[in-house]
Design a protein around this ligand. Structure first.
Ligand SMILES: [Zn+2]
Length: 147
């Protein structure tokens, strides 16, 4: 069986915009670090980053460096994209164990979509995109490393 491997969109197709709330996340990703926005007052993690803490309305944030481990919370397999009929992508909502309550919407790459499972363990990687930015994506942790 010739397994389909999921991939991310070609980097030159992916354009991001940043604002003052999200730029630290993207700057860290550019340096291949995954960070999460934590309220400096109440410790609530919020992703995507927003200017105000939804719990206590504080604007004070700490950018916490994460291990890069993740777990599949939910996912969907996408076959084809406008102009790229042959691309297969796994779009996933990823739980971040180091940042309880925070989840990242991302892609799982280099995986057979049929092998993706809820709760599957992942590790972050970075995918070059337009304008010199890097997109955090995830790869499956090898089965031997599971548990
Ligand atoms: Zn707070």
């Amino acid at each position: 069986m010739s397994a389909v491997r999921a991939q991310a969109l070609p980097g030159d197709r992916v354009h991001i915009t940043t604002d003052s709330a999200t730029e630290p996340f993207w700057q860290a990703a550019k340096e291949r670090r995954l960070v999460a926005c934590e309220c400096a007052d109440c410790g609530h993690f919020r992703m995507p980053p927003t200017p105000f803490c939804p719990e206590c309305q504080s604007t004070a944030v700490d950018w916490v460096r994460l291990s890069g481990q993740g777990e599949v919370y939910s996912f969907t397999v996408i076959h084809g994209f406008p102009g790229l009929p042959d691309v297969t992508m796994v779009a996933a909502v990823v739980d971040l164990p180091d940042a309880p309550g925070a989840r990242l919407v991302s892609n799982i790459i280099d995986v057979d979509p049929a092998d993706v499972r809820i709760g599957m363990r992942l590790a972050v990687d970075f995918w070059p995109i337009a304008d010199g930015w890097q997109l955090p994506v995830f790869r499956a942790v090898e089965p031997a490393e599971q548990r």
